[in-house]
Design a protein around this ligand. Structure first.
Ligand code: NOJ
Length: 743
């Protein structure tokens, strides 16, 4: 035992010595020496060429001259492995220095085998499983020559009107950070391996705070909000070794990210020491002209490079103007060298110089491998959230089902947003899964062909419902209603879906609603019209079998809401970890209770809406199971902690129901008094715990007191001593507070 430990420690010491000091990518002196040697042989034009990323596609020959001249450092959007090999061949064999290309793609929640959308991944609260999914995505994508993915998206999203909420981990900083690290580990795997794919953490920074939830809109985040809420997931992913980062489209407080020296140069490079590659978003350099932040392409190219951007995605600003800017003395060649170093470092670390090509036939063989499909199914099972159940679920094996709704057999839509390479021919829909498993028990009448369809009468569906024991209604959103540029102001079910549910309910048959969507829709008006509701987000390729297993109890739902579910879109932004106000809600009159001509007063009022009250429909971290859980004996190992202590939190969880189930236990903390106002609660830890019926387990979690640090009045990150409260519960709105002190 001792010997193993000593060996391990010496190995760590060797690794630590060979790792370049101050690197976050894990670069070594050998890598740096190679990069420097290459750099010393490059002309200024060749260096600038490395900083240029273009969208490929179509005929490779049209890019041949530029590749031979070393004018392209990276391509995106080519997925044909034969063409990718040809691009690489032109770069490696026909350019002067033979530098391979970084071939990139938006591999967001799987490549061919699609996993649930990232918001669904977050609902699993299972970083290990999410890491495995990212690994599988990398295995499939790298097998076709793609070595760089523009994922994970780490934007905190507190407004479900924003369509890109689908692409991230929701509203919580801690959960987002854990998911981000997991994806970085999964994509990058072992860098020396040819299945390693560089991760790109995006969009730096604040993009999810678009005013009004309208994509591309301005954000107004203070430095403190950035540092306490929006930046930590990026910092965690940088620490996890993310090789690349993307700047965002938005301007924050007037400064577009691609020209934002404070966030890129000072924080990312300076404070965190990031030595990876910074790429712009698609033409986000060019968009600085539309923002009115630069006069022309030359001006924005100068601003971007000075802010610390290394690679230009599709503005051609660097390619057209950097040489001129260097010659004029406006940009130093040293700055160009630094950018090129960051790019070459990634290429060297990925082993691209040794293995620029892929084996096309072998690459095809790994797509949709059975173990990939099995992992996608397990992830879809863990990501579904049970939001209502009067006891109709799980279903009994012999039931006659009416399957209905626009998402019951929508192989394209169930894949969700950013599923470029998912092929609907491989999707298993709930209808197909149920028909295969229960031949003769399924009647299918879609009712609505797509989610936006409007229809007055549902006679055909209702007639079929009368012959069924249970109605399974698959409703939600088409994939195209969420994702980039697809913001919504109204979050109710679209088309006549609510009317369909209402009509089905009128038959007196039990109605089970399954919602497939890219965001938390406002489903309050639909809840009375179903006996059970399972929220699956867009569940990916294997959503069908996963949902069949959940409906019939082969798998017990365990997902929890990664974002607050609103009663109405007008409540947005509403999130659980808001700051303490001076008027916390203690009740108040609602619209219909207010007397006519009531007198205006400021006294006794608290923070809420007259029409929708103070609370959401479902809080963050919420989700039911087919069993029930009870928390008891929640204890802290001390009452007073020092700043360097590690808190020991223990509790007993009991499965008080009739079947095995998994609970996601959550630990929340409130810092009662700070130099600035603090959130009412913040998630600090979570744990998935599986228990047999009647089983109890005492669980102990460790929480370093340093995790309570934040940026206070002096903008220095530290733990402020004082009184705290802590909850251990199954969601963010439950549990009894314990008290402790930090001295
Ligand atoms: C624009 C999107 O904002 C970004 O997330 C994506 O990676 C790039 N386009 C490349 O497709």
């Amino acid at each position: 035992m001792k010997r193993t430990k000593i060996l391990f420690l010496s190995l760590m010491a060797v690794l630590a010595c060979s790792r370049q000091a101050g690197t976050t990518t894990g670069s070594t002196p050998e890598v740096e020496a190679r990069v420097d040697k290459l750099l010393s042989q490059m002309t200024l034009q060749e260096k600038i060429g490395q900083m240029n990323q273009i969208s490929a596609g179509g005929d490779v020959a049209q890019y041949a001259e530029a590749l031979r001249a070393g004018q392209i450092g990276s391509i995106l959007n080519e997925v044909d492995p034969e063409k990718i090999n040809e691009y690489q061949r032109l770069a490696v064999e026909e350019s002067r220095l033979g530098i391979p290309l970084l071939v990139s793609r938006d591999v967001i929640h799987g490549f061919h085998t699609l996993f649930p959308i990232p918001l669904g991944l977050a609902a699993t609260f299972d970083p290990e499983l999410v890491e495995k999914g990212a690994r599988i995505a990398a295995i499939e994508a790298t097998a076709q020559g793609i070595r760089w993915t523009f994922s994970p998206m780490l934007d905190i999203a507190r407004d479900p009107r924003w369509g890109r909420i689908a692409e991230g981990s929701g509203e919580d900083t801690y959960l987002d950070a854990r998911m981000g690290e997991a994806m970085v580990r999964g994509y990058q795997g072992n860098l020396a391996d040819s299945t390693s794919m560089a991760a790109c953490i995006k969009h730096f920074v604040g993009y999810g705070a678009a005013e009004g939830g309208r994509d591309y809109n301005s954000t107004y985040l203070t430095e403190r909000q950035l540092r306490n809420v929006y930046l930590p997931p990026f910092e965690a992913a940088v620490k996890a070794g993310a090789l690349t980062l993307m700047t965002s489209f938005n301007d924050n407080d007037g400064v577009p990210s691609t020209g934002n020296t404070f966030v890129v140069k000072d924080i990312l490079r300076g404070e965190w020491g990031f030595d990876g590659l910074v790429v712009t978003d698609w033409n986000s350099m060019g968009e600085m002209i539309a923002h009115g932040f630069g006069e022309d392409r030359k001006d924005v190219a100068e601003k971007a490079v000075k802010a610390g951007v290394d690679m230009d995605m599709m503005t051609y600003g660097f390619l057209s103007h950097l040489e001129e800017l260097v010659k004029e003395g406006a940009v130093k060649e040293k700055a160009i060298d630094q950018a090129v170093r960051n790019i070459l470092r990634v290429k060297v670390m990925l082993g691209l110089f040794e293995h620029p090509y892929v084996d096309v036939a072998a690459g095809r063989a790994v797509q949709y491998a059975p173990e990939h499909l099995a992992a996608a199914q397990k992830t879809a099972e863990e990501s579904a959230i049970l939001l209502k159940n009067t006891g109709v679920l799980p279903l009994k094996a012999g039931v006659r089902m009416l399957v209905t709704g626009p998402l019951a057999d929508a192989p394209h839509d169930q894949l969700g947003t950013w599923s470029f390479d998912g092929e609907k021919e491989h999707t298993v829909t709930p209808l197909k899964a149920l028909q295969a498993r229960f031949p003769g028990q399924v009647t299918y009448v879609p009712g609505l062909q797509f989610s936006r369809e409007k229809r007055e009468r549902f006679d055909d569906v209702l007639a079929a419902a009368r012959h069924a024991d249970v109605v399974l209604a698959f409703v939600g959103e088409e994939a195209i209603l969420s994702g980039e540029a697809h913001s919504l102001a109204d979050l109710n079910l679209k088309g006549s879906q609510s009317e369909l549910l209402k009509a089905l309910r009128s038959t007196g048959k039990p109605v089970v609603a399954v919602v497939m969507a890219g965001r938390p829709l406002t489903i309050e008006r639909d809840l009375p019209h179903c006996d059970a509701l399972l929220y699956s987000f867009h569940p990916g390729t294997m959503g069908g079998p996963a949902l069949a297993n959940l409906l019939f109890g082969d798998v017990v739902p365990s997902g929890k809401t990664p974002v607050t579910f609103l009663r109405t879109a007008g409540q947005a932004p509403m999130y659980y970890n808001h700051n303490m106000t001076g008027r916390p809600f203690i009740g108040g009159l609602l619209l219909d209770d207010i007397p006519l001509e009531a007198g205006q007063t400021s006294l006794g009022n608290t923070s809420y809406y007259l029409d929708y009250g103070a609370y959401p429909l479902f809080p963050f971290g919420y989700g039911l199971s087919y069993t029930t859980f009870a928390y008891s004996d929640i204890r802290l190992d001390k009452g007073v902690y020092g700043k360097d202590d590690v808190m020991g939190i223990s509790f007993t969880l009991t499965n008080t129901g009739n079947c095995e189930g998994t609970e996601i236990a959550q630990v929340y903390v409130r810092d009662l008094v700070g130099s600035v106002t603090r959130p009412v609660k913040e998630l600090k830890a979570f744990e998935r715990i599986t228990l047999a019926p009647g089983e109890s387990r005492t669980v102990t979690l460790s929480l370093p007191v340093s995790e309570l640090a934040f940026y206070g009045l002096d903008m220095v990150k530290k733990v402020e001593p004082g009184d705290f409260q802590l909850w251990v519960a199954g969601d963010s709105a439950s549990g009894e507070a314990l008290s402790f002190k930090v001295k």
